[in-house]
Structure formats: structure tokens, C-alpha cells
Design a protein around this ligand. Structure first.
Ligand SMILES: [Ca+2]
Ligand SMILES: [Ca+2]
Ligand SMILES: [Ca+2]
Ligand SMILES: [Ca+2]
Length: 369
């Protein structure tokens, strides 16, 4: 999945994907979509039975070729919900080979979220996995990239100070919220709370959510999204949730202030957000927030001067709820400029589209200003 870099360091993020099995890629022509051909099998990417949670391109061995991480779970393997995740190493000749990079299947058991980032500033991407999915006994696992030294990743979760508690971890996202040069991360226990881990810049982390004033709990929390919505140079935090979604403003030493009311609209009930991402969709210098909702029309909260938002949906052509009784869940979001026109396109994977009237969507900006 390709994400746009904001003004602060935003690492490669693997967002929750439910039914979208391929990430968006930059195209080469305006008609690129019509000319794509599925080459997965012929270049070594095997069929991967299961839910199809998400994929991320990431160059783990620093050879200049993006490798591919396929996060997946094979639900046909019974109640243990065995991991079916696969790492494909780019051979540099247009093909991929399956490689065991050392990730314990137990750590990606029914995993829905993972995030790559160079948390230790040694110029290679490391891996954070938020596992649990529909179960409530998943692990939060941090793997250090030791490919240069040992050709593998090493689980350093306990040494790094991460909790051993098992939860329904849903998603995680990295950002340097305190601007000390070391990436911190937020993660969400779907039936639980937000966890914020501050990076001590020494390969250890301290959990600081409550200290920062972030105390919300969820019945069904989703992905955390860092965004500097007030343009003051520090990452603020939005947390998608099917209820109780939250927007927090980063006030530095004073912690984070709950400013969710900024996402209120007199005409639209905003809640029930299943997946979200942030970027400046309309190129006006203010970061925007895409709100992919549960069984409701998707929305964009366009950032405005002064740190406010204008919330719009169907009136600018975003139509994700096509009939009153159709439940189109925006469960997966992929973002990328498919046709090279300079504006990001949005790919939506709706859960279970093969089973009913749901449709996946590709939203292409036409004249957003
Ligand atoms: Ca690293
Ligand atoms: Ca930091
Ligand atoms: Ca800010
Ligand atoms: Ca904007």
C-alpha cells in the first residue's frame, strides 16, 4: 500500500485490508487501468487462500528492489485461524521468491494490521505486527530487521518493553509525535483502548497513552491515523472506530486534547468509521481525512485554515452507499496516483463483495478544489 509522506516522518504503513487483495500502484498512462494484466503467478506470487488482509511493498534487504509482504489468514484451517502470511523477496529480475524472514506464525495469527518503519534509525525497515483480528488473544510484536547481519528478523518485543497482554489488536501506525527523531507508534485494541508507545531512542519503548491524556476505550476500535491537522509541525492523532471515533490535538508537553467535535457536522452523523487515512487530497496545504464508514456513506473531512474541517460526501461525487438497504463497508483502503495526474486515487475493498450486492470502488478525483 502506498501512502503519501506528510511533513513529518510517515513510515510505510500496512493498513487493515479485508477484501482488497492488491495494493494500488502508480500507473504509466491515463488508460493504465485498462491495460493491466494479472502476472502474479508467472512472477512467483502464489495464490494465497484466506481472508486477504493486506500487502505492503518494502525493501527489507536494501538492494533497491521492493519486496512484498502478504499478510493473510487462512480461515479454512479451523478455529486456530492459522497464519497464512508470506514474504516474497524481489529477485531483481522481475520475479519473487518465498523467503522465511523469521516471523513466528503465532505473531501473525489472524493479524489484521502491521506497520513497517525504521524505528532504530539504522536505515532498514523493521516490522510491527498488531495481531488478533476476530480473536482476542493476539500478540503485539516488534521485529528488528537484522538482515544485514543475520538474514532474518528478530522478535525483540519483550526487550523493547512492549506489553505481553493478548488482545484483539487491530492496527498500528508510526509517527514521531514528540519530534525527538525517533519513531513512536500508536496501536488499538479493538475491544479495549489506544496504546501509545514512546520510543526511547535506545530500542526500548514506554507506554504513555494515559500520561498523554488519551483514555478512550472502544467496543470496536479500528486504525490509528497520525496527521498534523493544525499545521503546527507535530503529528496529531485520529482513531477510527465503529463508535467513539476520536480526534486528538497534539499539545506537546501538555499532552493530547480531545477535539473530536471538530469532526462534527450539522447534517451528517460522522461516527462508525471502519478505516481511515490522512493526506492532502486537494493540494491546498491542509491535510484531509478520508473516513471509510461502516454501512454508511463515506466522507472526506477537508482540512481548513485554523484547524477546522469541512465534511463532504455524495455532494462531491463520493458514492459508496448506492441503495438504502445495501451495507457497503469500507474495510480496506488503498491510496495511490494510479493514472499519474498528480491527484491520489482511492481504492476501496468492501467486505464480502463476492457474496452479495456489494461493490469495490475506485474513486478518481475529477475537479476537487
Ligand atoms: Ca531498522
Ligand atoms: Ca519520538
Ligand atoms: Ca499538530
Ligand atoms: Ca487539503
Amino acid at each position: 500500500m502506498k501512502h503519501v509522506r506528510a511533513s513529518y516522518r510517515l513510515p510505510c504503513l500496512l493498513l487493515v485490508i479485508f477484501a482488497l487483495s492488491a495494493s494500488t500502484q502508480c500507473g504509466r498512462s491515463r488508460n493504465a487501468l485498462e491495460t493491466y494484466r494479472d502476472v502474479a503467478q508467472e512472477i512467483g506470487l502464489a495464490d494465497s487462500p484466506g481472508y486477504g488482509k493486506g500487502v505492503a511493498f518494502v525493501d527489507v534487504n536494501g538492494d533497491g528492489w521492493d519486496d512484498l509482504w502478504d499478510l493473510n489468514t487462512n480461515i479454512s484451517r479451523g478455529k486456530n485461524r492459522a497464519s497464512n502470511s508470506t514474504f516474497y523477496m524481489n529477485q531483481g529480475d522481475g520475479t519473487f521468491e518465498v523467503v522465511d524472514i523469521g516471523v513466528d506464525p503465532e505473531d501473525v495469527k489472524f493479524a489484521w494490521g502491521a506497520a513497517w518503519a525504521d524505528f532504530d534509525n539504522d536505515d532498514d525497515p523493521d516490522l510491527l505486527v498488531a495481531s488478533g483480528g476476530l480473536l482476542r488473544n493476539g500478540n503485539l510484536a516488534l521485529y528488528e530487521n537484522r538482515w544485514k547481519q543475520e538474514q532474518r528478523f528478530v522478535n525483540i518485543s519483550r526487550q523493547a518493553g512492549l506489553t505481553a497482554e493478548k488482545h484483539q489488536w487491530w492496527a498500528a501506525s508510526w509517527a514521531d509525535y514528540d519530534n525527538d527523531g525517533c519513531l513512536d507508534f500508536a496501536t488499538v485494541a479493538s475491544h479495549g483502548r489506544v496504546w501509545i508507545y514512546k520510543n526511547g531512542c535506545d530500542k526500548t519503548f514506554t507506554e504513555v497513552a494515559e500520561k498523554l491524556g488519551i483514555r478512550v476505550t472502544f467496543e470496536d476500535g479500528k486504525n490509528p491515523v497520525w496527521l498534523d491537522f493544525d499545521n503546527d509541525g507535530d503529528p496529531d492523532l485520529y482513531i477510527a472506530a465503529k463508535e467513539n471515533h476520536r480526534l486528538y490535538r497534539n499539545d506537546g508537553a501538555a499532552g493530547f486534547a480531545d477535539v473530536t467535535e471538530k469532526l462534527a457536522s450539522p447534517s451528517i452523523r460522522v461516527a462508525q468509521v471502519f478505516a481511515a487515512f490522512a493526506t492532502d487530497l486537494n493540494h491546498d496545504g491542509h491535510i484531509d481525512l478520508y473516513l471509510g464508514r461502516q454501512e454508511r456513506q463515506d466522507l472526506i473531512a477537508f482540512g481548513q485554515p485554523g484547524g477546522t474541517f469541512q465534511i463532504v460526501g455524495q455532494e462531491i461525487g463520493i458514492v459508496t452507499k448506492t441503495t438504502p438497504d445495501t451495507s457497503e463497508n469500507t474495510m480496506g483502503l488503498g491510496v495511490g496516483d494510479i493514472n499519474d495526474d498528480g491527484y491520489l486515487d482511492i481504492m476501496i475493498g468492501t467486505g464480502g463483495a463476492e457474496r452479495g450486492p456489494l461493490r469495490h470502488h475506485l474513486l478518481r478525483p475529477q475537479a476537487v478544489r
